[in-house]
Design a binder for this molecule. Sequence first.
Ligand code: SF4
Length: 470
Amino acid sequence: MLLLPEAVDDYVGPDNPVRFIEAFVDGLDLAAAGFVRVAAKETGRPGYDPADLLKLYVYGYINRLRSSRRLEAEAHRNIEVIWLLRHLKPDFRTIADFRRLNRSAFKQVFREFVILCRQLDLFGRELLAVDGTRIKAVNNKDRNFTRGALTKFINEADEKLADYMKRLDEGDAQEEKAVGNGGGSGSSDGKLAEKIAAIKGKRDRHKALLDELDKTGEDQISLTDPDSRAMARMTKVGVGYNIQLAVDVKHKLIAEQEVCNQVLDMGLLAPTVEAAMDTLGVDRIEAVADRGYFKIEDIEACEKAGITAYVPKPIRGPAVAEGFFSKEQFRYDPDKDIYLCPADQVLSPRHFGKSRDNVKIDYVNRDACKACNLRERCTKSFRRVSRLENEAVLDRMAARLAARPDVLDQRRESVEHPFGTIKQWMYQGAFLMRRLENVRGEFSLTALAYNIKRAITLVGVPSLIKAVRA
Ligand code: SF4
């Protein structure tokens, strides 16, 4: 005999997150967010309400259930899902189709939750930590080819083919000689011909891929998920997508997220923070990022958009590579437009050139270098210090960073939490879907789930429900 409560509702306590999921999704304007099939057709059987399927997905992403088959199974046996869907049992195809058809609308749902958290004052709206990571795509490394790798393979195949052809000719000559002497089997020639055919086939396939790259102007090609790219993170290269997060340092909530297939983070700071400012409703904000975002055009764009950026300068360049004084050891005097070198000599502007879209000026003092005691530590002949015309923007940022070095620790502490949680705790080791638009939809759900879990920890389910209904 089972003495169970009589209503499903009795199993779902007032603090249960599903109560918030229901209240939140019911409060959304799904048609405005871009969900399809919000209004039922007059003909045929009515489909599932998108609100129910969205609730199922939000529940699933919070509880590490991302596949449509597992969500289908939960709708049959999980008391929370049964409560949330009121005994509805969509099959996995319906569930999967919903995610595919509404992939662009999930971003708006993510933003609606950010706005809700903003109303609860959970965002500090003063400092954002920006960082990127790679999440694996549905594309094995063996199914990705870079231009360099293809060219190398073709060249090596050509060399091998030339060698085999030579050996084949030599074999033929020996065969003729052996036949003349009454011997010769021809079996080694047959094996060689097989090898040649195999290499030729592989070479042709690689050449076709290279031709495809020439046609598209891309640098690499992925065969399973064509939008994914091979990209390095730390020391490892993998095929995936570049995930950008702007995390508010107050409570480590995600203010903005974007998925792209750009291999490097350079150039992504201003667009990511601008989108976050829009959702957070601010005109000015501070943003800190790591060296990978150091790009003068991006820092300039930040200043124009009201973003006070903190990005440390990478130590790179030919002088550093050769062990000479770095540029930081030369002091710029903006009033006189000169550099003072480590030997206290004046380097004046001499050559004007171009670096990408910027005017580049070289500062030199050949005579001083000729007679300098420090020359061995500075240059091979005479030292040239380059400066971009608009480099004052970087000087201002360097001064800000020198005055506030702790901001870099704040960055690390803030972004590690969501990335660590998403990758480990939420088991987001890889995307389930292919193509950029689909993985964008997937990641919006992941980021939404992270924010919901975090907000529940911070204020609890009843407060969130109260805010939704306010
Ligand atoms: S080599 Fe030239 S630039 Fe370098 S320290 Fe000496 S004078 Fe200055």
